[in-house]
Write a protein that binds this ligand. Structure first.
Ligand SMILES: [Zn+2]
Ligand SMILES: [Zn+2]
Length: 137
């Protein structure tokens, strides 16, 4: 599995992830789009994420099951984290190396607004399909 390193816009927070994938996912849910202004494009990093510059990371509890982190200095979005498992999704744009990445899946496709479409061939799931998969895992 690729080892990935990245940082926020101002450099106050550095991130390292050791259990990543080459697959990029997008979430079109209303919360992600409100958070970032557009779909959340992320890499699944499991529990392998560590930070330098912890004191600059602010964590916002966005729902009963998840929280979102950002840099207090520059506002860069750092992660979406599931509370129960500590599982991280990290914005793909933080990482230095984007070679070999494949845009592989999209979730909450049913909440995607009609004004944009990605042309990539991806595996797509609706919100209810994703929640059902999550509850069964
Ligand atoms: Zn920053
Ligand atoms: Zn979302």
């Amino acid at each position: 599995m690729p080892d990935r390193r990245g940082k926020c816009l101002c450099g106050a927070v550095r991130i390292a992830a050791t259990e990543t994938t080459n697959e990029v996912g997008a979430c079109h849910c209303k919360m992600c789009r409100r958070w970032g202004g557009g779909p959340f494009m992320e890499i699944d990093c499991g529990n392998s994420v560590s930070f330098e510059g912890h004191e600059n990371v602010h964590v916002y509890e966005s729902s009963d099951w998840a929280e979102r982190g950002f840099c207090e200095k520059c506002g860069t979005h750092l992660f979406y984290r599931l509370k129960k498992t500590g599982h991280y999704s990290v914005p793909v744009g933080l990482f230095e190396d984007d070679k070999n990445l494949v845009f592989a899946h999209q979730v909450f496709i049913d909440e995607k607004p009609s004004f944009y479409d990605f042309s990539n061939d991806t595996h797509d799931m609706t919100g209810p399909e994703l929640i059902a998969k999550f509850l069964n895992s």
